[in-house]
Design a protein around this ligand. Sequence first.
Ligand code: AMP
Length: 545
Amino acid sequence: MHGLIMERELLVTDILRHARRNHPNVEIVSETVDAGRHRYTYAEAYERTCRLAHALDRLGARRGDRVATLAWNTYRHFELYFATAGGGTVCHTINPRLFPDQLVYIINHAEDRWVFLDSSFVELAESLADRLTGIEAWVILCDRDRMPETTLPNALCYEDLLAESPGDYDWPALDERTASGLCYTSGTTGNPKGVLYSHRGIVLHAMAFAWPDSNDLSMRDAIMPVVPMFHVNAWGSPFTAPMHGAKLVLPGPRMMDGAVLQSLINDEGVTIALGVPTIWMALMQHLREHGGNLEPMNRVVIGGSACPAALMDAFRDYGVRVRHAWGMTEMSPLGIINTPRPEFAAWPEEQQRAMDAKTGHGFFGVEMKIVDDDDNELPWNGEAVGALKVRGPWVCRSYYRGEGSDAHDEAGWFNTGDVASIDEYGFAQITDRNKDMIKSGGEWIGSIELENIAVGCDGVAEAAAIAVAHPKWGERPLLVVRRDVGSRVDEATILGEFDGKVPRWWVPDAVAFVDEIPHTATGKISKLTLRERFADYRFAESGDE
Ligand code: AMP
């Protein structure tokens, strides 16, 4: 017997319709590429989104077509999210930091018909255009009087398209399983793989994002995603903010600029911000050099790679609580977040901090388990370490056009490629990417923990622990370090930092100083490149003990 409850489809369109009706005067504030700080309301965003939907119809967009964006976090990108999905097309957000060959691959693979791009990406687009097979027009996100000179064929002006359209739109009634967005994830090997989001997944994720023991988002908040809208939808924030009536603050192309971030936080009353550790280190450096505060902000969500304890402490000094989070492009992205259980409040401070530093707990919607090499489930005892598998209504079930789905098993679990332990409180600790682990004498060493300790050492700007072949132990950790400008911190000081914090045999055998640490297109340290670069490295005799 079925229940007698209405079956309304869960659609992205309804998020913005809801915001227009219930939070019409709440603002979206953006730093733009070419016109300073822009502000308008959800009601205005809705109207312009309708205009854009008409423009897409005029361009000839049909259901299921892919519409690409090469754009920063701004209000126009926000409009694109909703006009594409709402009209039944798919917003393909492109990461401009991918290598040119990868960009060509994904645009052709996705069969994008249009690219909507910020003027700062025109040059990049021009360098690729000859190799792209299906692009019918390039729409530049600017006013008519700011249209750049370009050799791009069929370059159109975004504001012209909107000006020619009416401000209301009859949104189609879509099946909630309809694809709404596409984001490629750049694995360390092979071609990037496409994750195809659905309306249903996006709406459910946007709800879960706001739960108290998730990000605790409400209409009393102003949220600033300092994660790009081209990388997993800025962690879903452009959907969850209008759903919950939170003000949305978009830093545009100025994401690495500590001064801009600080001024946005203070001027716009940002209460919660999202970003990877590197971004926040830039902000902290700015605050150290120029002073100031983060007055309105009370929490910051840090994920994308492990958050060093030193960064958590730095935020604590500014009265900001860090919520450590873990997720993936394949998971829309949220999977694990750290908020304290009530019983921790009675614990000694050091123990509470140790729990804060863990990756965090799961929440309804993402089931997780850890398994051994034979896929046997491991206990949640804080000791057992295994491959982390997940499943849930916003986790991708296979890649776009089928590639690389060996990460999915028959029971519907997705193998994340991350390795973790989970303790008796349900708190997970991600110890490594599967392929980044270091195996010394048959035992695993977690590189993330080594890196976290190293960056806690004064003068260390960035650190990566990688496996290097060793005649006796198979592999031993080498710590690659980029020093702060002007710092002369030496190997002995850095290695001294590990005393008492990890077992002796975990301590890296040596430190290699470099001027630059390579990063992937999503800003993570590229261990693959480092392993290649240090493939012939040999430890000195003393390291052979
Ligand atoms: P992406 O799909 O590009 O967002 O990358 C997802 C990967 O980033 C995960 O599989 C992890 O390896 C890594 N990652 C994300 N958040 C964390 C975290 N809090 N701690 C450690 N690694 C993380």
